[in-house]
Design a protein around this ligand. Structure first.
Ligand code: BGC
Length: 751
């Protein structure tokens, strides 16, 4: 018999409040003052060449052996390194090329670079940067977590913090103190090939998850041995291209920019994030790297950002070659630096250095602007501790990719996976079931990881570790080879052995069809159609003819449309890009060793031309316009069930200087322990700017035992109902509001 117990959980709304300071602590004024004093001394000693050099960032390829620096095995070319560091005084080097080398190799590389920097006149250390967006990308054997979209799907801020923590440690163990992560672009354009680098469509979910991740990476003091400096990107509006293709124009007016796209950046800056990367594309016809308003007026002046703005890859030269807003490469450099870009990811030559030097000598760029940029860059070098400790800490290697990190990775992957359909409780499967495993993602680690894995595109399957299981191998491990038949059925976009897969389905108890996307990153991931490839949908239709229960497992970075086969599937598991432990985590869920608790961080569309976000306007909710996704934002099933009751508000009014507490009971009415994400939505009924029909205000993930009831409380203030008003500033208007939790709702009056 189930016992009934009641636990109370106070989910202070600090969990998700747009625009408030994050829990990571910004650097104290006193520390900043001391650092600035040291910088004053340095700046007085620096030549203009040394200053312009600090603003120059090149790729490691430029200082490595081989004509394109890509010779394998990788090695630094000492002559090229001296040219970069001693002749051009480069301030930073970044990694994109060498892949999968051991920690020791990276320590050696960073040591060589810092040795060279020591030989320079002023001995200023070089800042080494990397795109470790789901773990230490380019270091062999690192802990590679679910991609950010999966971290958002956990709705678990503690896990997100842990991911930041482990990532920081493993890149510092590789000698690297700076991470081009997190990506704070909102995922409100599902075609966009970088959707999976985002935390989904909701502003407050993105803030809550990135807040925790940044806190884990940066800690109280980013100069601590296992902490790093994050770089938030791509500021701002990059993720909302009108046509869905990467690096194509967005049209976002000031109100929309401030309502949706700026708040995650503002929150990160207020938490002390020291670097920001500019938008690689354009908004309203203004390239991100020429946007004085966003880079200087908003970021630096309005928010008081003290760190530096890095350009994205070749994006200063792109102002001339691609965007045609600068008539010459030199004008492009002037434009970007005067707009507020402090460092140029040039990254393949020294053109930026040469041109900027000329511009300063011609007084086309004032020295004061150069001094400002260099001060910002040196500040970050002090903050991250490389003036005092430029060399990698060898002792961290023993904490790199430990079994504990791997186990934690598996936990994160399990909590991200989202169960979207489960007719007649088909899942979990019995461990004595005979299964057919089929589909193009069944036996590929690259489809579980996606881009920024070992290589930029993440698609070189041969480079993946041999000791990590694909979905197929993890299923074989879980139930034994004898019960598993594997027929790929199709490649991603062409039939292979469909007939043989259907024949195998006839003798199986259940079909596990693993569909999705091959690994891609950035522009190469552009698509013309959000619909999943016809070959994969046809495979499911053919398999259905065997009349055996079908489980779809989707390994994909964006919601590829599957409407044609949703009715043919009995169960659907969305794995996103679950990382190196993804195979294990999927098998854990399929066979009941873990209970799913992931929730969708985006609306999963049903039709190609019905792409509507969950926080749509009333006009999008009426009649034929109705929000009708395949699966709504926040959705996700469990192997147990939860019942919501007794939603109550502490008051019927919310005074301007007061607060209101919403309390609800959530009971586990099933027979298995499970985790539920209690989601609090709100709306204002009438206001000057048409209100969204609902917006996520707060959430709390809670573990509940069978029969147990928990009481969850959220406290809101009027600030939670502010919005960007007619004058493009945040305002609060009085009026009737509603709160929703599960199927329940209650109203109150905002005074
Ligand atoms: C991407 C950035 C990345 C940079 C360095 C660019 O192509 O847009 O997100 O940080 O490359 O690798």
């Amino acid at each position: 018999m189930k016992t009934l117990s009641i636990r109370t959980i106070l989910a202070a709304v600090l969990v998700v409040v747009a625009g408030t300071a994050l829990s990571a602590s910004p650097v104290s004024k006193e520390r900043m003052k001391q650092i600035d004093k040291k910088i004053d001394v340095l700046l007085r000693k620096m030549t203009i060449e040394e200053k312009v050099g600090q603003m120059t960032q090149v790729t490691i390829d430029l200082v490595s052996v081989g004509p394109d620096g890509r010779h394998e095995p990788h090695a630094i070319d000492p002559a090229k390194l001296e040219e970069a560091v001693l002749k051009y005084h480069v301030g930073s080097i970044l990694n994109v090329g060498p892949a999968g080398y051991p920690v020791e190799h990276w320590r050696e590389v960073v040591t060589q670079i810092q040795d060279c920097a020591k030989k320079s006149r002023l001995g200023i250390p070089v800042l080494y940067g990397i795109d470790a967006i789901h773990g230490a990308t380019y270091t062999g054997g690192s802990t590679l977590f679910p991609q950010p979209i999966g971290i958002a799907a956990t709705w678990n801020t503690e896990l997100a913090k842990g991911v930041g923590d482990v990532t920081a440690l493993e890149i510092r163990a590789s000698g690297i103190p700076w991470n081009f992560s997190p990506n704070l672009d909102l995922g409100r354009q599902p075609l966009w090939p970088r959707m999976w680098e985002s935390y989904g469509e909701d502003v407050n979910l993105a803030i809550a998850i990135s807040e925790a991740y940044i806190d884990g990476m940066m800690g109280e003091d980013m100069s601590a041995p296992a902490k790093v400096a994050p770089c938030v990107k791509h500021y701002a509006g990059y993720g909302y291209p009108f046509n869905g293709k990467d690096r194509t124009p967005a049209w976002i007016d000031e109100r929309m920019m401030r309502q949706y796209f700026l708040p995650p950046f503002e929150a990160a800056v207020r938490a002390g994030v020291p670097t920001v990367m500019a938008n690689s594309s354009e908004v309203n016809g203004i390239p991100g790297h020429a946007n004085y308003h966003l880079l200087t007026e908003v970021l630096k002046n309005e928010w008081g950002f003290q760190g530096f703005v890095d350009s994205d890859w070749r994006d200063i030269e792109n102002l001339h070659t691609r965007d045609h807003v600068a008539a010459t490469p030199k004008e492009a450099v002037r434009m970007a630096v005067m707009a507020g870009v402090d460092m140029s990811m040039v990254p393949l030559d020294y053109s930026f250095y040469d041109l900027l030097l000329q511009l300063v000598k011609e007084n086309a760029v004032p020295v004061s602007r150069i001094d400002d940029a260099v001060r910002r860059i040196l500040r970050v070098k002090y903050l991250v501790g490389i003036f005092d400790a430029p060399y990698p800490d060898a002792s961290l290697a023993s904490k790199f990719a430990t079994p504990e990190n791997t186990e934690f990775n598996r936990t994160v992957a399990r909590e991200s996976i989202t169960l979207l359909k489960n007719n007649a409780s088909l899942l979990p499967l019995k461990k004595n079931a005979r299964v057919l495993v089929t589909g193009p993602t069944a036996n590929l680690l690259s489809s579980l990881n996606g881009g920024w894995t070992i290589t930029w595109q993440g698609n070189e399957e041969d480079r993946y570790p041999k000791n990590k299981p694909t979905i197929l191998k993890a299923i074989q491990e879980a139930i034994g080879d004898g019960l598993v038949v594997y027929r790929p059925g199709t490649t991603f976009d062409a039939a292979l052995d469909v007939k043989s897969a259907v024949a195998a389905a006839e003798t199986a108890d259940v079909v596990i069809a693993c569909l999705g996307e091959k690994a891609y990153c950035e522009t190469p991931g552009n698509i013309n159609d959000l619909t999943l490839d016809d070959a994969q949908l046809t495979l499911v239709e053919e398999l259905a003819k065997a009349h055996k229960p079908i489980v779809l497992v989707l390994a994909e970075g964006r919601p590829r449309l599957i409407h044609r086969v949703v009715g043919k599937a009995d169960a659907i598991l969305l794995a996103y890009l679950p990382g190196m432990e993804g195979g294990h985590a999927i098998a854990d869920i399929l066979f009941g060793d873990a209970v799913p608790s992931g929730k969708l961080p985006f609306s999963y569309p049903k039709y190609p031309n019905a792409i509507t976000m969950y926080d749509h306007k009333p006009i999008e909710a009426a009649d034929v316009n109705a929000y009708d996704p395949e699966f709504p934002f926040g959705d996700g099933l469990s192997y147990t069930t939860f019942a919501y009751s007794d939603l109550s508000l502490s008051s019927k009014t919310l005074p301007r200087d007061g607060s209101i507490t919403a309390t609800v009971h959530v009971k586990n009415t099933g027979s298995r322990p499970g985790k539920e994400v209690v989601q609090l939505y709100g709306r204002q009924l009438y206001r000057t700017i048409s209100p969204p029909t609902r917006e996520l205000k707060a959430f709390q993930k809670v573990a509940i035992q069978p029969g147990e009831t928990v009481t969850v409380s959220f406290t809101l203030t009027p600030k939670d109902f502010d919005f960007v008003g007619l004058k493009d500033t945040r305002v609060i208007e009085p009026g009737a509001c509603e709160l929703f939790v599960g199927p329940l709702s209650e109203g109150f009056e905002l005074k």
